[in-house]
Design a protein around this ligand. Structure first.
Ligand code: IVH
Length: 752
């Protein structure tokens, strides 16, 4: 950049000319930055342009006006893609790895549906394509909107980009349902991926790590003309909202999607038994290397849609389908060091620092070593050559040590007895693995493309992981004084299933925390107020551009209103994962009610001996423990959180900054049993206990395991025992199975 003339020597004419040029230049760079995600100059150079413009306007105020970029500073244009709420959530799939998992999958479906061995049960088996999922909405046969999966509830509007994909019709063939959301996978063929990378390299542009990243990066381009030039394809495999069914079975619906003009995932096969599914799996496995696209497994889906409907969903995955993954890819590399990470609940997790190596198309430089005992069991030592494996979305792991390559002077790893972050004693106690696992994933995520590639990864939620046996995890006892725990809690707070604040990723949070700018959740929401006057200081101290700080402030503002379930999850209370947070939100509905109930329950708990039965501890505590699927262990972790004065203060300071929406119970409008508590007892004739429970919950009822004065309905099957007797004694409403079925189908009104 040529040296600029000093402002105070400029004539008005010079100033006018330079002002016009600067306005044009700034406009150009803003468009590149905000609309194309492709800035040509550094943030610092851009900021220099803005400063020069401001200086000129200060000396010649007549040049400033509403059109000047100086007038629009602070109000960054809406960056990125618009958001789309999915009418039907876009969920993920459960995983099977071993043959036995497939037999279990089939058996559990039979059990749920109470089908005996001889009853027919068909499955469609099809390839699981490794790309990114997309939902495309058609109205009267015309493409009107397309969205990525996002967090499953809300994705990004990529309509303009999707219109450029050849495999995706803009107009459907033949007579289509009035509303049809087609779902499937956007992917890139291997040969197209190689050609794209070659062309990118020749132009000196970014090359992609694998076809999946290339597909994600190409779809998420703010400029649709870039997407148009990329060889994207699409496989249809399911649907979202529909005005009329596509068929009675999965196979009929697939055929219908093909007739409407989509490519469907092939080769597929209709299978009757677990053995037939396994045959298909091995058959496709044999062709895997020669298929034109990458697959990471196969998917099995119950064929009959009425059965799919009865089977329904768990929190994030359907009961009627599963993914059967191919074995992990392995590679050999050097273990350079073992570092210790401290999680948000204080768990010390050993992490292997590796000589970077490509495993299954992704560069791996760190892998989890789980815990102290695991290191001892595998006798992993620094300097060893190790076998690393990576399966699909799963965190890279060390499988074993190559014994004959061990250096002569190696010695066993000594696990620290003190927290590396705060020096407090670290002790062994019961714990769940989840926070450790989530951290290693976090370490691996990098560029936006990588982020998109992780889209389908489902990090284990704490309550979904099995607790390790007593004493396996070593935990820092520093609690609130430990800076590592504090920063991990903040990282969890802004993570995707929690507040999901774009632009406040792991590295930024570490930086803001270390600079003292963000110490607790409320600070995130006061950041702009505290710092905007000193924006220049943030810019120089953090190295972020001014625009990117403005973008961050906008993202924070967008999350000032949040759902109760996300808030509860975000607090990072031990064992309170996504599913538990939803259960709590669903039960207490408003933040005030929930908070008051937790404080009361914590007081009740503290006043009673630990061994006292929950129902005798107090009303609020008993109510919490009575929520189905919330055990005493989870309840006590909640109590431990609320008992701590500091935690309540942190929560209250946060609540002063945000608005928490009342929890909306999904899919229950008009249901006659919303909010009712029901107990099933005895043998039901038409459905199994699990199905009865799942159905009642999907209608907004709470299913309890025991009868109390708060029970609304007791549904009594054959040979009902003491629960029916107790219900009679308490004078509760007792229904036969048929009466219950009539009630939920709306045939009869609610009984008195
Ligand atoms: S069915 C209710 N079928 O795998 C979920 N998914 O790991 C219905 N995927 O999110 C999904 N190939 O993005 C289905 N043939 C296939 C698939 C497939 C790839 C992806 C999809 C899903 C993820 C789950």
């Amino acid at each position: 950049m040529a040296a600029k003339q000093a402002i105070d020597t400029l004539t008005l004419a010079d100033a006018r000319a330079e002002h016009a040029q600067l306005v044009a230049e700034i406009g150009h760079h803003r468009a590149l930055y905000y609309q194309k995600d492709a800035p040509e100059i550094s943030d610092a150079d851009y900021d220099a342009l803005e400063r020069r413009l401001a200086a000129i306007e200060q000396r010649f105020p007549e040049l400033a006006g509403a059109h000047s970029p100086t007038a629009t500073v602070g109000a960054a244009p809406a960056a990125g893609f618009g958001k789309v709420k999915h009418k039907v959530p876009m969920l993920s799939l459960g995983n099977a790895f071993e043959d036995e998992d497939v037999t279990d999958f089939v058996a559990s479906i039979r059990r749920f549906l109470v089908l005996d061995e001889t009853a027919p049960l068909d499955f469609v088996a099809e390839p699981k394509i490794d790309g990114l999922s997309l939902s495309i909405r058609y109205e009267d046969g015309q493409l009107v909107q397309a969205a990525t999966r996002g967090d499953g509830a809300e994705g990004e509007d990529v309509t303009a980009n999707v219109r450029t994909i050849d495999d995706i019709p803009n107009t459907l063939r033949g007579k289509a349902p009035a509303v049809l959301e087609v779902r499937g996978e956007v992917y890139m063929r291997r040969e197209d991926f190689l050609a794209l990378n070659k062309a990118q390299a020749e132009k000196g542009e970014k090359v992609f790590a694998n076809p999946r990243n290339a597909a994600a990066g190409s779809l998420r381009q703010l400029d649709a003309s870039i997407t148009a030039g990329r060889p994207l394809r699409f496989f249809a495999y399911t649907w979202g909202e529909l005005s009329e069914p596509l068929g009675a079975t999965q196979s009929e619906s697939r055929q219908r999607l093909a007739d409407l003009g989509f490519t469907i995932s092939e080769p597929s096969r209709l299978c009757r038994t677990a053995d037939a599914l396994l045959d298909y799996y091995h058959w496709i496995g044999g062709q895997r290397a020669t298929l034109p696209f990458d697959i990471d497994g196969v998917v099995y889906k119950v064929d009959r849609l009425d059965l799919q409907e009865r089977l329904g969903f768990r929190t994030r995955t359907p009961r009627w389908a599963t993914a059967h993954k191919y074995p992990a890819e392995k590679a050999q590399t050097l273990l350079k060091a073992i570092s210790i990470q401290v999680g948000r609940t204080g768990a010390l997790t050993p992490v292997a620092e590796l000589e970077p190596i490509t495993v299954g198309g992704v560069v791996v430089s760190r892998a989890t070593l789980h815990n102290e005992d695991e290191i001892r069991r595998k006798d992993v030592r620094v300097g060893d050559t190790v076998i690393v494996q990576r399966a699909g979305d799963v965190i890279p792991q060390i499988v074993s040590v190559v014994a004959n390559l061990r250096p002569a002077d190696s010695h066993p790893f000594e696990f620290p007895t003190h927290c590396p972050a705060c020096g407090s004693l670290a002790v062994r106690s019961t714990a769940e693995k989840a926070d450790a696992a989530a951290e290693v994933v976090a370490v691996e995520s990098g560029s936006p493309e990588d982020g998109a590639a992780m889209e389908d990864a489902e990090a284990p939620a704490p309550e979904e992981t099995v607790a390790e046996p007593d004493g396996v995890v070593r935990r820092c006892t520093g609690g609130l004084i430990c800076p590592a725990q504090a920063v991990e809690r903040l990282i969890h707070f802004t993570s995707r299933l929690a507040f999901d604040i774009e632009g406040l990723g792991i590295e930024r949070m570490r930086l803001f925390h270390s600079q003292g700018r963000i110490r607790e959740p409320a600070d995130i929401f006061t950041l702009e107020k505290r710092e905007s006057e000193r924006l220049d200081r943030i810019v120089t101290m953090t190295g972020f551009g001014k625009k990117s700080v403005e973008k961050l402030f906008a993202a924070i503002e967008a999350r000032r209103t949040i759902g109760l379930d996300r808030l509860i999850y975000a607090l990072g209370i031990r064992q309170v994962g996504e599913a538990t947070a939803k259960l709590l939100a669903r039960h207490y509905l408003t933040v005030d009610h929930w908070r008051a109930a937790m404080i009361k329950a914590a007081e009740e708990r503290a006043a009673q001996p630990a061994e006292r039965k929950p129902e005798l501890v107090g009303e609020s505590y008993a109510e919490l423990c009575a929520i189905e699927q919330i055990g005493v262990g989870v309840a006590d972790d909640m109590m431990a959180f609320f008992r701590e004065e500091h935690n309540r203060a942190v929560l209250d300071r946060l609540l002063a900054q945000i608005t928490v929406e009342t929890y909306q119970r999904p899919t229950t409008t008009g249901s006659p049993v919303v909010g009712k508590t029901v107990v099933f007892t005895g043998t039901l004739e038409t459905m199994g206990r699990s199905e009865a429970k799942a159905k009642a919950e999907s209608l907004g009822a709470k299913v309890a395991g025991s009868v109390s004065a708060k029970t609304d309905y007791v549904v009594v099957g054959a040979d009902a025992g003491s629960k029916a007797t107790k219900a009679r004694e308490l004078g509760l409403t007792i229904l036969t199975e048929q009466e219950w079925a009539d009630l939920i189908s709306g045939k009869t009104g609610a009984p008195e």
